[in-house]
Design a protein around this ligand. Sequence first.
Ligand SMILES: *Cc1c(COP(=O)(O)O)cnc(C)c1O
Length: 415
Amino acid sequence: MSAVWHPFTQHGLGEPIPQVTHAEGAILHTVDGRRIVDAISSWWVTTHGHCHPRIVAAMREQAERLDQIIFAGWTHQPAEDLAQGLRAIMPEALTRVFFSDSGSTSVEVALKMALGYWTARGEPRHRIVVLEHSYHGDTIGAMSVGARGVYNQAYAPLLFDVATVPFPSPGHEQATLDALERACADGAAAFIVEPLVLGAGGMLFYPAHVLAQMRAICAAAGVLFIADEVMTGWGRTGTLLACEQAGVVPDILCLSKGLTGGAVPLAVTMAIEPIFEAHWSTDRARMFFHSSSYTANPLACAAANANLAIWRDEPVLERVAGLAARQAAGLSTLATLPGVTGARAFGTIIALELGGNAAYLSELGPRLLAFFRDRDLLLRPLGNTVYVMPPYSITPSDLDRVHAAIGEACAVLAG
Ligand SMILES: *Cc1c(COP(=O)(O)O)cnc(C)c1O
């Protein structure tokens, strides 16, 4: 019997847990010899494909030189290079790079930076404004700024209060903007948002002009604007950052998942100079009080530097555009099938609902999971929302297989 307690897994259901031995591109190989197409980028992290040779080589080389070093008051070249590399490709106003280890911690850091900023200015503000259906991670602070539901009900007494503005569904954009304006009016500290695509909330998309207007409202009210690009960053939406499509520059930017190409855990929270300056002092009581043991781990930084080099020398955005076109073509066929609603595409992501109302614990979810597993596909529907978010190196024939299986699932399960 395995001693492993898996995340987001109900062990009481006794569902099979496949064991993966090796992977390349969009393909996972299991211990029992199956060849599985990873159609969700191993939960949204893998961008260029599994075990990209340049990322693997960078980690191997780094491992032989320096494995780990305290980062409070010490530094190393891979971290310095990565900070410079990020400054060169991210919006110019984001001058400071703070390292951590996961999307959730990058969000915790962003929230602490925002409150630290207001405290240092002698104008303590603490209210955080959030968008309905958001997801920002599973630690207590990240859950607090995300949607409430069955997945955090038991911990609700520990979650702090936030102001929630409604999701800008088609035709209701103005209601979102009006609510944001009201929420910002009386001294909120920050607004945190997933730009253009809400991932775990159900692959919900909203237009760039709404993001631009939300940004403008925050700027006018002097409320810090935090962009959580943990999922949307690194090409998923068709551009390096989703914010680019709206001409938006945030005050704080959270990046993780694709930062290392999806190879090893690493995150950064980038901030504008005034937020760094607010913590700058000769008074030790005003420093930014956050660290974790593996902050800016050299192996992880080396992997991220290799990812940046891939973005620099390889036609990544062309691959992204090619994948987006094939995804859209596949979706146009699926959209016509009976039982399919809400067919939608954004960059490299497609999503649709199969029959009936969405709910995370919907009975259809586990049946779909098993259906795809039986066909050697890694897909993990959110309730009855089926989405495809593959690594950019997925072959056209493997992608066709994914689309065909979704079509088959419509006929068998939802028809
Ligand atoms: C996945 C995700 C997170 C959390 O990242 P972890 O690395 O799983 O902690 C935060 N925000 C968004 C938008 C995400 O998709």
